[in-house]
Design a protein around this ligand. Sequence first.
Ligand code: FAD
Length: 409
Amino acid sequence: MEGILDSAPSGSLLPYGLGRSYGDSCLNADRELIDCRRLNRILGFDEATGMLRSESGVSFADIIDVFLPKGWFLPVTPGTQFVTVGGAIANDVHGKNHHCAGTFGAHVHQVGLHRSNDGLVVCSAEENPRLFRATIGGLGLTGVIAWADIQLRRVAGPWIDAELIPFRSLAHFLEFSRESDGRFEYTVAWLDCFAGKNPRGIFFRGNHSAETAKKFRPKRGPKLLFALPGWLLNRYSVKAFNEIYYRAHSVKRGSALVGYDSFFYPLDSIRQWNLLYGKPGFLQYQCVIPETNLDAFEELLDRIARSGMGSFLGVLKQFGSAPAAGMLSFPRPGLTLALDFAMRGEKTLQLMRSLDDVVLRSGGALYPAKDARMSAALFEASFPQWRSFVPCIDPKMSSSFWRRVTEAN
Ligand SMILES: Cc1cc2nc3c(=O)[nH]c(=O)nc-3n(C[C@H](O)[C@H](O)[C@H](O)COP(=O)(O)OP(=O)(O)OC[C@H]3O[C@@H](n4cnc5c(N)ncnc54)[C@H](O)[C@@H]3O)c2cc1C
């Protein structure tokens, strides 16, 4: 690694994991990426405490494969298991348990970081604490994470005791969310974004189950082999999908024992699901709006519904109040909404800019891991502390995202 870092010109490099970030935070146009997937060794594990030392290119899927059979699971996981440890730290990813566990970075005790100036630097809350906080959520800009110590959590097995409840308004959603916070480790909702200010949806909640006897077989779904024609996804087909999804799940209301894979990673079961959006692809939009500003959240939903461009994958979650683990961590108290928009050119970009206005006025933020287009002004408003992060950047590192959102500021 030292060789690569020594010989590269300033601002030319960026570490790369599994490329599961939706926008350009993992890209470095006209410059170089460092493929970290070969840093794929598990370096140590303490069976008594669950402390794992893993190289940064190890994926969450690998960790689950090795450690779930031994009764250990990830402390926090995003909606796909195909992310690397390095990528998860660099975006300080969150999961369905943010309200009780905070972000992934809160469970990282120590990292080994390759820096172009200083070689391998060990950082933790005690040692190089500033660099540690900058590296968690640091977008790959503070250096190449070589390895990390991660606290896994004990589980009985692969099963989740899940519950599914339909809701018909934002107030209803908030009521379920608050009522579930103390009793359920995982909460999240699917939202029909064609329903406007008074959204309907399905609230999912769950806990790791004590069930150990039932045999578990991971779900393997279909693989999309080619991009679907763009006309297949239009306001009528997506609206119809949402209607069917809502009705089908409303009927299933109640409790069930489900495998961790279908609970945490429903999209992973359709390989190459992104081809659903056809050749023009899609843009993802994930924002957080402070809870004190529910009017803004309703306005956001209204604008999406009126545009007729909503997606079938609307995800709504109430973040908890855990302090941010990293200097540039995205999660903060409030409601976070993540949506896919099929790319229809200027029309789509215009809608997203109008959503940005609402986020900006509400004092909210956009998530860099899901972004390909936020303005420098919105980045500044989302992460007002970004200038104090700058001294921690490794001089050899840069990214397309970072140049886009900071060079105009
Ligand atoms: C279906 C799906 C669901 C998702 N759900 C969620 C969710 O629920 N919550 C959430 O928070 N995110 C979610 N994401 C986003 C995803 O978790 C993040 O983008 C994650 O960071 C991707 O990890 P990666 O290994 O693919 O990293 P990449 O996308 O390759 O890189 C991400 C960042 O990490 C940096 N990086 C990578 N490796 C290293 C390293 N070794 N050292 C230093 N920096 C490094 C890169 O420079 C880049 O800045 C989802 C993505 C998908 C596709």
